[in-house]
Design a protein around this ligand. Structure first.
Ligand SMILES: Cc1cc2nc3c(=O)[nH]c(=O)nc-3n(C[C@H](O)[C@H](O)[C@H](O)COP(=O)(O)OP(=O)(O)OC[C@H]3O[C@@H](n4cnc5c(N)ncnc54)[C@H](O)[C@@H]3O)c2cc1C
Length: 382
């Protein structure tokens, strides 16, 4: 067993850190306040290869692997969770679904553009009446000659109003639940597709989120991924990677909370002493540090397994569950250390507080991760 990062991992961490210090952190508060979607920054991240590490060279990837991808997610999550939301669309579930399940034409057509940041991706599952219950999806895609006619709507979709091409799940057989689901590649210019932004969100306001509506939208048959009825299995295949990715972003925001708490505890004085010298504050900081370190080990283990091509679904689920819950606790800890100044825009902790809850909801809520972990432990998934 070796806990050392490889030199290429250290190099990518340093590159992303420097990028964040110069191009993200100075602007993050303004992006959040003004709901600015930082398109140029995302394009620059693409040019620097930040999205390309898990992908083969033949599709424009750098083949640096999943651990490298998690390190990028961690550092971006630490700098701006709003910006880091784009990662899943540019290097996670969206292009990974095509890599794992698409045909050669689909891979060549979409993956290079998405992982280079030239095209923006999306991954549309959630609907007004179907979120955790994916099999309850009501959007229909009914075959009509050499196309499918799609009707329905998707809610809370990252990149809804800015995406170029992405994945959408719809029922090709509405009489079935899981077995009726299929996966499609959608493009923003398809006739019958429209989008509306979800404005004034609580957090991650620099991330574009919204509704995508399909009204007799014509989707060519060549945009079906795999076969009709395979949608649920296709979603599951890429969610393993999506969960490791969101776990890494959670680790990043947790680390940002630790950094903020330590900085403030070493600066603020009460009773003539630094507040970090008080036993009860030390306990808060110790819990935050220990849980964040444990998150890091879980995230890196899941990513390492993925790099080795070993099964990682359960480990990714454990990492996602633990790291997202630990991040929430770390942000609460940072808020306690900051006291009244949590409410000041002078400190980063207010932004962390608004952003962090998304980590326990996206890619399956904590309840769902618990159910999967328990079912695996109890051998009930067979
Ligand atoms: C900023 C943002 C970006 C998003 N981006 C995307 C995106 O790009 N693509 C996308 O498809 N979705 C996206 N989502 C939606 C997100 O994935 C959903 O919020 C998530 O799937 C949970 O759905 P829900 O919040 O509606 O909760 P619900 O499914 O309504 O569940 C509510 C609560 O009940 C619990 N619950 C539900 N069923 C069970 C059960 N069987 N057992 C135990 N507990 C249960 C849940 O754990 C949760 O705590 C985004 C959301 C936000 C806020």
């Amino acid at each position: 067993m070796d806990f050392e990062l490889e030199p290429e991992h250290i190099q990518i961490r340093d590159t992303v850190k420097k990028f964040c210090e110069k191009e993200v952190i100075p602007f993050a508060e303004e992006w959040e306040k003004e709901e600015i979607f930082p398109l140029e920054t995302i394009r620059n991240m693409g040019k620097l290869g930040f999205f390309a590490s898990p992908f083969p060279e033949e599709y424009g990837g750098t083949e640096l692997g999943f651990l490298a991808n998690s390190i990028v997610a961690e550092e971006l999550g630490r700098a701006s969770l709003g910006l880091a939301c784009c990662l899943n669309m540019q290097s996670g579930t969206c292009p990974m679904t095509i890599l794992l399940n698409g045909n050669e034409t689909q891979k060549e057509k979409y993956i290079p553009g998405i992982i280079s940041g030239e095209l923006l991706g999306c991954f549309a599952v959630t609907e007004p009446n179907a979120a955790t219950d994916m099999a309850g999806i009501e959007t229909k895609a009914i075959r009509d000659g050499d196309s499918y006619i799609m009707n329905g709507s998707k809610l809370w979709i990252t990149h809804a109003t800015v995406f170029d091409a992405g994945i959408c799940f719809a029922k090709t057989d509405p009489s079935q639940r899981h077995k009726g689901l299929s996966a499609f590649i959608i493009e923003k210019d398809m006739p019958g597709l429209s989008a509306r932004a979800e404005k004034d969100k609580l957090g991650v306001r620099s991330s574009d989120t919204g509704e995508i509506v399909f009204e007799d939208c014509k989707v060519p048959e060549e945009n079906l991924i795999g076969e009709e009825g395979q949608g649920f299995a296709i979603a599951e295949s890429s969610l393993t990677y999506g969960r490791a990715n969101i776990a890494a972003r959670s680790l990043g925001i947790g680390q940002a909370a630790v950094d903020a708490a330590i900085r403030y505890a070493n600066e603020r004085e009460q009773f003539g002493k630094k507040i970090g010298s008080f036993q009860m504050n030390k306990q808060i900081i110790a819990d935050m540090v220990a849980n964040t370190e444990a998150s890091r080990l879980l995230v890196y283990r899941a990513s390492w397994l993925q790099d080795k091509g070993l099964p990682s679904a359960n480990e990714s689920t454990i990492a996602k569950f633990f790291a997202s819950e630990a991040a929430v606790q770390a942000v609460i800890g940072a808020a306690k250390i900051h006291g009244a100044y949590t409410y000041s825009s002078e400190y980063v902790v207010a932004r962390l507080y608004r952003d962090v809850m998304l980590m326990t909801a996206g890619e399956g809520t904590s309840n769902i991760q618990r159910i999967i972990i328990a079912n695996n432990a109890l051998d009930l998934n067979k």
